[in-house]
Design a protein around this ligand. Structure first.
Ligand code: GUN
Length: 286
């Protein structure tokens, strides 16, 4: 029997509907929620993501602005831009698209920490990371939050389950650990030094692949019936995207699986819209 395919489109439509309603409510109260995305340089993947974010904002009635800085922008230019947006009452959400160009990559943390935590719709500021770890989340990173929301909407139980995450990034792996733990899963985080990896992944009722290696998770690494959440987006040819999971073989053994493209990527943008609404409410004190 092949796995249930968890289509991102269906779930993202539901999340966006929720956000749209919330935007309408804010607008009725005279507040137009606004997002500003800062992109530095010309990374083609980032340009696609930023365009998607802008388009989705427009679809939902969120004011959207993109600030494009040149590849050779300095750290100070970026910090000044953030300061200006922090002070702008019409901007409720600020997002610095990652990765940053090599020349300023080393300053990534300083740059992310400059964003007002109440406008930090990525949830990357240490204030928001701390809130998540201590169990009083405010703005939560969009991709892991989208994965949890999808499991909920799909009726997949988390409480009491064994969850295994492959990848320990600040964007996905680490926040995912805290979100799953808060929902009473027993969670293991694996990474490139985990040996033997298959022994751990085969324990998973819920397996989250987020390490950025194309088709790395194969059927032998998966427990029959497991729920597979594939967060990877790897371009292996000009027009060919694949996930971190070998979809064709794993779908024959898994209970449910997210495809790439068309899986959790769509949820990330939808959750960002919810975070913009949440940020606007936080700033208005409601
Ligand atoms: N680049 C890839 N994923 C993300 C994300 O979630 N936020 C930002 N800011 N940049 C990214």
């Amino acid at each position: 029997m092949t796995a249930r395919i968890l289509e991102g489109k269906e779930f993202s439509a539901r999340i966006k509907d929720e956000a749209r309603e919330a935007v309408e409510q804010l607008r009725a109260d005279g507040v137009i929620p606004g997002l500003t995305v800062i992109i530095v340089g010309e990374n083609p993947a980032s340009q696609v993501y930023v365009r998607n974010k802008h388009k989705t904002c427009e679809e939902l009635g969120i004011r959207s602005e993109v600030v494009a800085l040149p590849e050779d922008a300095t750290k100070d230019q970026l910090l000044e831009t953030i300061d200006r947006l922090n002070a702008d009452q019409n901007v409720h959400g600020i997002l610095v698209q990652l990765p940053l160009p090599t020349a300023i990559k080393a300053h990534e943390q300083e740059i992310l920490e400059r964003i007002d935590p109440l406008k930090d719709v990525d949830g990357f500021h240490p204030f928001n990371v701390g809130k998540l770890v201590t169990g009083s989340p405010t703005l939560v990173p969009c991709t892991p939050a989208g994965c949890i929301k999808m499991l909920d909407l799909a009726g997949i139980e988390i409480d009491g389950k064994r969850a295994v995450i492959i990848g320990r990034s600040n964007i996905v792996g680490k926040p995912m650990l805290h979100l799953l733990m808060a929902r009473h899963a027993t969670v293991t985080v694996c990474h490139s030094h985990t040996k033997p990896l298959g022994d751990v992944t085969r324990e998973a009722d819920i397996l989250v692949a987020a390490m950025g290696k194309p088709k790395f998770v194969t059927a032998e690494m998966v427990k029959p019936g497991a729920v597979i959440v594939d967060v990877g987006i790897n371009r292996i040819a000009p027009k060919k995207l694949v996930g971190d999971v070998d979809f064709e073989s794993v779908k024959e053994i898994a209970g449910a699986i997210t495809p790439v493209p068309g899986g959790v990527g769509l949820l990330t943008v939808a959750m960002l819209m919810q975070n913009v609404v949440r940020a606007a409410r936080l700033q208005l004190g409601r």
